[in-house]
Design a protein around this ligand. Structure first.
Ligand SMILES: NC(=O)c1ccc[n+]([C@@H]2O[C@H](COP(=O)([O-])OP(=O)(O)OC[C@H]3O[C@@H](n4cnc5c(N)ncnc54)[C@H](OP(=O)(O)O)[C@@H]3O)[C@@H](O)[C@H]2O)c1
Length: 330
């Protein structure tokens, strides 16, 4: 049965957040109503929660680009009541009320069946961040970035996208170089599967020559800006860089020589709008990974009440590991 109200991390017109009881009637008129059991915290949620970068255009708003839960009702007839499902990306949590609320209402086309072998909690420990990492790896594979072609670099390696990229690449058999600003995270990165760890600061301060010595065949690049430019100039001929993030801003100043003399590829990653068949395939791939071998501190489960302090940490670049948000039992 669908309740008349639900609890949510509610951000008002002045971008002030509080836990509030929200009428069901405030949810948009879409096909599938889902009771959200878990969500997760991504960089984009932090921006949306604070009214930053115009991620969310209008407030009041309930952020949360990820949700995993149980179908309460589906007017399209695609999903059964009680079915466990995942919703990530599309417009969830950006301009459609998202997973930081106990209920969401979304189009059936956004909903993916929870794959066998994955729990709702595990799916949100992966969330959009891990999904993006796997999407980037898929794109590298389509550019023939093979296991024996040389190492793959992961930047922002302790972040949500980066850490899952290190783990997944390592599990798939790639040699992984992790670039991080946090020297205290070396042990975590090694446990995740990094073969070599470099300091992101050294990358950002790389000499300005248009081409630098070749160091990696592929890259999952989550930081952007000067770091992305330095990565491009050190990529092997015919290598590929999957561009995911904008932690250092949205501008990219670079030069064309890595492209026209080394034939490298720059691949755009737009996980929010990944086509459905690939989305389903990526979740199936996630379910095949040995998630139980991830270190215990890979993610922490927090209640809605603790979200504000976690948002501060992610915006300060101080987050280590993933944050899974657990809603209270109905
Ligand atoms: N394109 C897509 O589909 C997509 C999907 C999800 C996320 N994203 C974007 O990808 C990026 C990463 O997301 P996330 O969820 O992984 O965020 P996150 O958990 O906050 O990770 C970002 C990481 O970047 C590194 N970093 C932070 N400040 C830095 C600085 N000043 N210089 C160099 N490195 C710095 C940090 O890792 P180290 O300290 O280890 O370097 C940090 O952990 C964000 O821009 C996000 O918006 C894009």
């Amino acid at each position: 049965m669908i309740p008349d109200t639900f609890n949510a991390f509610y951000v008002d017109e002045d971008h002030q957040a509080s836990i509030k009881s929200v009428p069901y009637s405030e949810l948009p008129d879409h096909e599938v109503t889902i009771r959200v059991h878990y969500s997760s915290l991504n960089y984009k949620d932090a921006l949306s929660s604070r009214g930053l970068n115009r991620v969310t255009k209008s407030y009041p708003h309930i952020p949360g680009i990820d949700a995993a839960g149980v179908v309460l009702n589906d007017q399209s007839g695609t999903f059964e009541e009680g079915q466990e499902v995942i919703v990530t990306g599309n417009d969830l949590g950006t301009n459609t009320f998202g997973g930081f609320g106990e209920l969401i209402r979304v189009p059936a086309s956004w909903v993916v069946k929870l794959p066998n072998g994955l729990s709702l909690e595990q799916s949100m420990s992966i969330g959009t961040a891990g999904f993006t990492a796997l999407y980037g790896i898929e794109r590298l594979k389509t550019e023939s970035i093979e296991l024996d072609g040389g190492p793959v670099l992961v930047t922002g390696a302790t972040g949500g996208v980066g850490s899952f990229a290190v783990f997944s690449l390592s599990q798939l058999g790639y040699k992984v170089i992790a670039a991080s600003t946090k020297s205290e995270a070396n042990e975590l990165l090694t446990v995740l599967g990094a073969n070599e760890i470099i300091n992101s600061k050294d990358l950002i301060e790389a000499p300005s020559r248009p081409l630098l010595p070749r160091k990696w065949n592929g890259c999952i690049e989550t930081v952007g800006g000067k770091l992305l430019d330095a990565v491009l100039r050190q990529t092997y001929p015919k290598g590929a860089v999957a561009c995911c993030g904008n932690v250092l801003g949205v501008q990219l100043q670079t030069n064309v020589l890595p492209f026209i003399l080394r034939g490298i590829s720059l691949l755009g990653i737009d996980s929010a709008f990944c086509i459905r068949s690939i989305r389903e395939q990526i979740w199936e791939t996630a379910a095949q990974l040995p998630l139980d071998t991830l270190p215990d501190n890979y993610y922490r489960v927090v209640p809605l009440e603790q979200l504000s302090s976690e948002i501060d940490a992610i915006l300060d670049g101080k987050q280590v590991g993933r944050i899974v948000v657990k809603h209270s039992e109905p």
